[in-house]
Design a protein around this ligand. Structure first.
Ligand code: SER
Length: 276
């Protein structure tokens, strides 16, 4: 079984081998952006590059970013402590392309990493694509669906709405359609009984999103309008603790070795037993 440390390293190695510069996690408290208090996504530290205000130093980057989702647009606080797969602080594995590769390679890399490198069961993977939004004059992401069709049968490529499949950093800022990868980690008997397809995006604790591939193409302005970005950008984010859960055959993020050493230490200090 791969440890969490090995899983994180294999992600970085995979993208380093494909020309990505590996950078450190940015601080979680944001200093120069009045629109955001805490880092809520891996792309925050690249916001000015995405908007075209800063020069592109490396066209390809990958990292593991510590994120805090406790306020604002992306707020998981109500879920924490109630379910098995949300956290106040979590790590997001991400790869970026700034004006370099776009949807095709982003999808190829993601599939290759999960299915070939980590050898997760392909039959347990589902993907979603943006269904479009006539109100905003945005079309269905047929392009992404077309690339996915190389790997998955049509019925496991699911349309998703603006809430789930159009990612925005906050009320303003970089945004674009996205494609999510979901995994079904239920026991085989359960899978026979209920098709995983019907459980995607239904808040089932064992049919969960693990990776979001965002195809950044717009900047949301304060008046709500969408302005095209100077470069097309790939921004992906994978839930590290969720990936560890899937890889380590657990049904809770808290049962992975990301948390068990800490929990054991707390048991020792408090003399209390950890119980679910
Ligand atoms: N920005 C996207 C997210 O946070 C992908 O990295 O989900």
């Amino acid at each position: 079984m791969m440890t969490s440390k090995e899983i994180r390293e294999s992600f970085k190695d995979f993208f380093a081998n494909r020309g990505h510069q590996i950078v450190p996690s940015a601080p979680m408290v944001i200093k120069d952006d009045p629109t955001l208090m805490f880092t809520n996504a891996g792309m925050n530290q690249f916001k000015n590059i995405i908007l075209g205000n800063d020069a592109i130093k490396y066209p390809r980057i990958a990292d593991s970013q510590k994120c805090l989702r406790v306020s604002g647009k992306h707020n998981d606080l109500e879920e924490v402590g109630r379910d098995t797969y949300h956290h106040t602080m979590f790590e997001m594995l991400g790869n970026w392309s700034f004006g370099d590769y776009f949807k095709k390679e982003a999808i190829e890399y993601a599939w290759e990493f999960l299915a070939e490198v980590l050898k997760l069961d392909k039959n347990r993977l589902y993907v979603t694509v943006f269904e479009g939004s006539p109100a905003e004059n945005l079309e269905r992401d047929d392009e992404a669906a077309g690339y996915w069709a190389k790997y998955l049968p049509e019925n496991r490529i699911i349309n998703g709405n603006k809430h789930d499949n159009f990612w925005e950093m906050g009320d303003t800022g970089p945004c674009g359609p996205c494609s999510e990868i979901h995994i079904d980690i239920r026991p085989e008997s359960e899978r026979q009984r209920v098709d995983g397809l019907s459980l995607v995006n239904q808040s089932h604790p064992q049919v969960i999103e693990i990776w979001n591939l965002v195809f950044m193409q717009y900047n949301r302005k304060a008046d709500g309008s969408l302005e095209p970005l100077p470069n097309r950008v790939i921004d992906t984010g994978m839930g590290f603790e969720r990936l560890c859960m899937a890889m380590q055959g657990k049904t809770s993020n808290y049962d992975t070795d990301v948390f068990t050493p800490i929990i054991k230490e707390i048991e020792k200090i408090t003399g209390e037993k950890y119980a679910v």
